[in-house]
Design a protein around this ligand. Structure first.
Ligand SMILES: *[C@@H]1O[C@H](CO)[C@@H](O)[C@H](O)[C@H]1NC(C)=O
Ligand SMILES: *[C@@H]1O[C@H](CO)[C@@H](O)[C@H](O)[C@H]1NC(C)=O
Ligand SMILES: *[C@@H]1O[C@H](CO)[C@@H](O)[C@H](O)[C@H]1NC(C)=O
Ligand SMILES: *[C@@H]1O[C@H](CO)[C@@H](O)[C@H](O)[C@H]1NC(C)=O
Ligand SMILES: *[C@@H]1O[C@H](CO)[C@@H](O)[C@H](O)[C@H]1NC(C)=O
Length: 263
């Protein structure tokens, strides 16, 4: 289930303070059928914006669906449920008063705050009572210290080279301003530093890199922080996060959205 190879705990402190435990990750089941996709519009936004989690290809035999925050369909994390036949909405306990579900599956979240950043899942139930789960994520940055405007000496920035990417291209997440005196850094797919979504990490003190299994042969992490992804597919579309950890355990991050276009 875990993609990462277990390297002898790259400075163990590296992952301390990161909120989710392995047991939670093991319970998480990825969706296998991928016709239904969800796009966050925009994928990266500022506080106060509205974000639409846009559902493409909601199957016709879906009779009900629920939106949840997080990576699992927990009742306590339910935002809202929609029954298509009766056109009825039921708000869940995780409803913030700012979210609206539409009959086509999409979810609109108004006036987002940084705390809204993270994963959301849509669970659909079809007429044979089969359930599917699809995940989406978005990131909200503070309006003033936006990720583009913020350029203090200690804050890394990421740039895509080339800026426009199509299937089968190679893309470099070019990092500038990598802070000094680091213990290490890691790249994750998505906005949260969950082990399951780790792509690669590098421990500077022992000059050792590790790569998650599913990126073997097509990702390269460089000691300057940059990440090369080769031969990308549309499944690589999404948010990528670089997190650095300094010798005194301070963490910085930089995010980038990769859109892989069809050829
Ligand atoms: C779903 O409905 C919302 C609200 O009417 C709309 O903005 C969105 O474009 C619709 N999505 C699709 C895939 O039709
Ligand atoms: C958006 O939320 C902030 C608090 O996070 C609140 O002060 C503001 O009034 C809200 N704006 C709208 C348009 O609801
Ligand atoms: C780190 O290891 C790589 C080989 O994996 C080597 O090429 C490089 O010179 C090493 N860097 C340092 C600073 O030791
Ligand atoms: C980091 O290393 C990669 C691979 O050698 C290189 O392409 C990139 O330009 C380097 N980044 C910087 C900022 O020098
Ligand atoms: C790129 O990936 C596709 C499958 O997604 C494969 O058919 C193709 O051979 C790969 N190309 C290279 C240059 O590795």
């Amino acid at each position: 289930m875990m993609d990462s190879t277990a390297l002898p705990c790259i400075p163990c402190s590296f992952w301390q303070g990161f909120p989710l435990t392995a047991s939670l990750l093991i319970l998480w089941l990825p969706s296998t059928v991928a016709q239904l996709t969800i796009e966050s519009v925009p994928p990266i936004s500022a506080e106060g914006d509205n974000v639409l989690l846009f559902v493409h290809n909601l199957p016709e035999n879906v009779q009900a669906f629920s939106w949840y925050t997080g990576v699992m369909a927990l009742k306590s994390r339910e935002i809202a449920r929609y029954e298509i036949a009766t056109n009825s909405r039921t708000l869940g306990t995780a409803h913030s008063g700012r979210a609206t579900v539409f009959n086509n599956g999409s979810l609109l979240i108004k006036n987002v705050t940084r705390k809204d950043s993270g994963y959301y899942i849509l669970q659909t139930l079809d007429t044979h009572l089969r359930s599917e789960i699809t995940r989406v994520e978005f990131f909200v940055h503070a309006p003033i210290f936006g990720f583009k405007k913020h350029a203090t000496p200690s804050k890394p920035t990421v740039e895509l080279v080339p800026p426009m990417v199509a299937e089968e291209d190679n893309v470099l997440f070019l990092v500038r301003n990598l802070p000094e005196k680091l213990q290490g850094f890691a790249w994750h797919k998505g906005v949260l530093p969950l082990d399951h979504f780790k792509i690669a990490s590098h421990a500077i003190l022992i000059n050792s890199s590790m790569l998650a299994h599913k990126y073997y042969g097509r990702a390269t992490i460089y000691t300057n922080g940059s990440l090369l992804l080769q031969n990308v597919t549309q499944k690589d579309t999404g948010i990528y996060t670089l997190r650095t950890i300094s010798a005194d355990l301070r963490s910085e991050w930089a995010i980038m959205h990769l859109q892989v276009n069809s050829k």
